[in-house]
Design a protein around this ligand. Structure first.
Ligand SMILES: Cc1cc2nc3c(=O)[nH]c(=O)nc-3n(C[C@H](O)[C@H](O)[C@H](O)COP(=O)(O)OP(=O)(O)OC[C@H]3O[C@@H](n4cnc5c(N)ncnc54)[C@H](O)[C@@H]3O)c2cc1C
Ligand SMILES: NC(=O)c1ccc[n+]([C@@H]2O[C@H](COP(=O)([O-])OP(=O)(O)OC[C@H]3O[C@@H](n4cnc5c(N)ncnc54)[C@H](O)[C@@H]3O)[C@@H](O)[C@H]2O)c1
Length: 446
């Protein structure tokens, strides 16, 4: 049977774009459908606008510290509306450059929502197209707990469209999104409270990293109600009232409530039942090690499958699928050493095993090297800022199993260290390495 395309990709976020571009580089006929703006969550309501907001918030901290470094009259007025206008101009520019890249690569972009008709046919706003292979890269959407008044709470998506900065912000969920927004919004002068149902924020990270970030944010003045959850939200004359339950049973008066309790796969109403693509209980598409779904010509990548919800992972999966399908090289992803960062202040980053994961696998053989210190930047100031570096090592072999950090430039430092750790370096290799002085990264070395 002749198909319209060799590959059809549903969703132009990082995963879908990577799959489409790599496949096109092998000379096959590719089309991609996008129902919203090109670039997906990452570009339009995730990584990129978030990081720009982090940069904007850093000016507040730098202004506060500047007088310790001889600067005076550093206080300035921050205009959120003006700033967000520049952010959106930049995002538009990124979207345009993606469209140009698709054109150059000969990939057809169809700006419609795609749904399955059968295993090789998709409906795009009434138009039917056929493809030999299909990649689903539809991403995810924020979840909301089922509590009274939840309709008054907003998600990260709406945080990027706030008309003005709230004076008081309550955040339900102390994961990546809750932690990052708590940090930036506090830097902009907002009174922030985080409600987290675990004992500490950032579940999944090493405990020293979790406590390091939480303490750093608490010192800045952010309140944490851990081992607690939201019970109900009500309207009052002065804004909203959030009632919490658990260890902290409080009624928090606030202007805005951000829900950041996780992301769910965007797999509803896609017609997946017609093509026998199976989902797990959370609605994530079931795939094998090559990202193949339960239907042999259909693949899935990124946030719509179970796994790590990060842009570089979605991209790697997209590229791997294209290599497997058209590059004559079946490719699986190794998820063991995926580095990750939380862009709060203090910043945190990790690669490899946490202490708990390593002890579960290697027991008594695990030795940790953990060092807390006050970075040079803060030594001229009265800020009691602490950085943490931690190595998790298999003492029998000397192999470094994981590296974790809280402090300035953590993301960039851990990213580079991750390359070496992936290659199986030992603690001795780090001890033998001559560092760059004075830096924070040198603390990992001998
Ligand atoms: C606030 C926030 C901050 C983040 N920060 C970071 C970060 O700093 N670093 C990091 O690595 N990750 C970060 N992430 C996660 C990252 O954005 C996601 O992991 C990544 O975007 C997933 O890529 P994806 O291609 O799987 O899905 P998405 O980027 O969600 O793209 C899916 C696309 O599919 C489209 N689509 C869905 N259904 C259809 C359909 N039926 N037809 C046509 N199109 C469809 C959607 O409109 C969307 O554009 C952040 C996420 C959020 C929410
Ligand atoms: N820097 C980054 O790379 C980055 C930044 C933002 C988002 N992301 C990605 O987006 C995904 C979604 O982020 P997220 O922060 O929404 O999810 P998350 O899974 O990181 O955190 C959710 C948090 O909410 C808590 N929680 C859940 N239900 C709760 C409730 N009812 N009451 C109180 N606490 C509750 C959980 O214990 C958890 O700590 C992340 O998993 C991450 O992969 C990455």
């Amino acid at each position: 049977m002749a198909f319209d395309y060799d590959l059809f990709v549903i969703g132009a976020g990082p995963g879908g774009l990577a799959a489409a571009k790599k496949a096109a580089s092998y000379g096959v006929r590719v089309a991609i459908a996008e129902q919203e703006t090109i670039g997906g969550t990452c570009v339009n309501r995730g990584c990129i606008p978030k990081k720009l907001i982090v940069y904007a918030a850093d000016f507040a901290k730098d202004n506060q510290m500047a007088h310790y470094y001889g600067w005076s009259n550093c206080q300035r007025y921050f205009d959120w509306t003006l700033f967000m206008k520049s952010v959106y101009q930049h995002l538009e520019h990124i979207s345009h450059s993606y469209i140009e890249q698709l054109q150059t690569a000969g990939i057809e972009l169809i700006r419609e929502r795609a749904t399955f008709v059968d295993t090789h046919t998709l409906d795009l706003g009434g138009r039917k197209v056929t493809a030999d292979k299909i990649v689903i890269a539809v991403g995810g959407r924020p979840t909301k707990p089922d509590i009274r008044g939840i309709e008054y709470a907003i998600t990260s998506r709406q945080m990027f469209h706030l008309p003005y900065l709230p004076k008081r912000l309550a955040i339900i969920g102390g994961g990546y999104i809750g932690t990052e927004f708590s940090s930036v919004m506090h830097a902009f002068g907002c009174d922030v409270t985080v409600i987290e149902h675990d004992a500490m924020i950032l579940s999944g990270f090493d405990d020293d990293i979790r406590s390091g970030v939480q303490e750093g944010l608490s010192k800045r003045g952010i309140r944490f109600f851990t081992n607690s959850t939201a019970q109900k939200i009500t309207l009052c004359d002065d804004g909203l009232l959030l009632t919490t339950t658990g260890k902290f049973q409080e009624i928090i008066a606030t202007d805005t409530i951000l829900v950041a309790t996780g992301y769910a796969p965007n797999t509803k109403n896609l017609g997946l039942e017609k093509v026998k693509v199976e989902l797990d209980k959370q609605g994530a598409i079931t795939v094998d090690a090559y990202n193949r779904t339960t239907q042999e010509n259909i693949y899935a990548v990124g946030d719509c499958i179970k796994g790590i919800q990060l842009t570089p992972v979605a991209k790697a999966e997209g590229v791997a699928v294209a290599n497997t399908l058209f590059g004559n090289q079946s490719q699986q992803i190794n998820y063991d050493y995926v580095p990750t960062a939380v862009f709060s202040r203090p910043e945190a980053a990790s690669v490899g095993m946490t202490e708990a994961q390593a002890k579960e696998k290697f027991g008594e053989a695990v030795k940790c090297y953990c060092h807390h210190f006050r970075p040079l930047l803060y030594q001229l100031t009265e800020y009691d800022e602490q950085a943490t570096i931690k190595l998790v090592v298999n003492n029998d072999s000397g192999q470094v199993l994981g590296a974790h950090m809280v402090g300035e430039h953590a993301a960039d430092i851990i990213q580079s260290l991750g390359v070496a750790i992936r290659q199986g370096i030992t603690k001795q290799d780090l001890d033998d390495t001559i560092g760059i002085h004075p830096t924070i990264g040198e603390e990992f070395l001998g």
